[in-house]
Design a protein around this ligand. Structure first.
Ligand SMILES: Cc1ncc(COP(=O)(O)O)c(C=O)c1O
Length: 381
């Protein structure tokens, strides 16, 4: 029996509809989209169809979509590109204490290069302090980058309000929507952002493909230097197969959003209730309501999350942020939330997806309950 997969925030399986959309580009339409012959034209059509589908999910124009290799590249492209393009106007960037390393590491890199970074704190639920954000803005501020939904605890930031605060002062706004796209509505126009990152493998497309929404008129410094692909915005022959997959995944995400949200929330809530009912000394992290519908960060007091994950053979989940392996080092997110250490070290992230079933949830509760009780009784420590 395969382990129950409750790690959809780490990655998702490729949807069969997505795989089917990729197949023609693996087989017959292998041309280079920059070639002017029939093979190239077919590949170009695939890329442009996909661009339209990504744009439809984000409610923007296809010309505002740049294909990338994933969430990390989109964040690098947006933040470094904006920072460098606006260097003469200022050198100050505002971000939050709650970001994924694909944003924090970029900020640290820029700090070493003479930029000033302000990390605005979040409250106990992970919501950014808007007053502190407004106070942090100076004459030298050129960019505000705050994630849409957090990968570990799922808290959704008030991006619309953040964008209003920043844009009335002419400051660019970037949001990392790697964990929100496909899970909640992500409407670039409504959010009012200038730059928005998407990671394909979080919404049932393959790994190694993503997109950056770059509002019409926003100039970024070139990120990849080379030929003039993506209208000069991202050099390198397009990943046609991955791009076709991302397009199909975005089309399905838009079409099925309400049904998927309902299933993710139903199964996540059922898991949360089951764990709270079965186990004592349990704490849920993140915002109780303003949270993506699939994410459950749960702490078991006095338990070691690494030992817990190892003892649950029938269940795939993660401790801290899955992107960084299994090391149970207090994550930046848990530190930003000031989760006390005796709880923080026993924190696991469970994330449901569109294939999660009620049966899997019942079984997962039994597995987790059994493992926590064994560890607490000293059998495994
Ligand atoms: C919030 C967030 N941003 C960015 C990334 C990185 O995306 P990718 O793996 O496509 O580089 C992740 C992946 O875990 C994420 O959760």
């Amino acid at each position: 029996m395969k382990p129950i997969y409750l790690d959809y925030n780490a990655t998702t399986p490729i949807d069969s509809e997505v795989a089917a959309a990729m197949l023609p580009y693996i087989r017959e339409h292998f041309g280079n989209p920059s070639s002017s012959h029939a093979y190239g034209i077919e590949a170009r059509k695939g890329v442009e169809t996909a661009r339209g589908r990504v744009a439809a999910l984000l409610n923007c124009s296809p010309a505002e979509i740049v294909f990338t290799s994933g969430g990390t590249e989109s964040n690098n492209h947006a933040i470094k590109g904006a920072a460098r393009a606006l260097r003469r106007r200022g050198n100050h960037i505002v971000t939050s204490a709650f970001e994924h390393p694909a944003v924090t590491e970029v900020s640290e890199y820029l700090a070493a290069d003479g930029y000033e970074i302000t990390c605005v704190p979040v409250d106990a639920h992970g919501i950014i302090d808007l007053e502190a954000l407004e106070k942090a803005i100076t004459e030298r501020t050129i960019l505000v980058s705050v994630m849409h939904a957090n990968n570990e605890v799922g808290t959704i930031q008030p991006i619309g309000e953040i964008a209003r605060l920043a844009r009335k002062r002419g400051i660019l706004v970037h949001t990392d929507a790697a964990q929100s796209a496909g899970k909640i509505p992500v409407d670039a126009a409504q959010l009012g952002v200038d730059l928005l990152s998407v990671a394909g493998h979080k919404l049932y497309a393959p790994k190694g493909v993503g997109a950056l929404y770059c509002r019409d008129g926003v100039q970024l410094e070139k990120f990849m230097h080379g030929a003039g692909h993506e209208t000069g915005r991202r050099a390198g022959t397009e990943n046609v197969i991955g791009v076709a997959g991302l397009g199909a995944a975005c089309e399905a995400a838009k079409r099925d959003l309400a049904a998927n949200m309902d299933r993710m929330k139903r199964t996540r809530d059922c898991l949360q209730e089951g764990l709270l009912r079965a186990i004592v000394d349990v704490r849920i992290n993140g915002h109780p309501e303003r949270r993506i519908p699939n994410t459950l960060s749960v702490s078991f007091r006095g338990v070691d999350a690494g030992a817990l994950l190892q003892s649950m053979e029938g269940l795939a989940a993660s401790a801290g942020a899955a992107c960084h392996g299994n090391a149970v080092e207090l994550s930046r997110t848990l530190r930003a939330l000031a989760v006390p250490i005796e709880w923080a070290r026993g924190t696991i992230r469970l994330s449901t997806g569109k294939y999660t079933t009620e049966g899997e949830i019942d079984r997962a509760v039994e597995i987790i309950d059994g493992a926590v009780k064994q560890i607490r009784s000293g059998v495994l420590e």
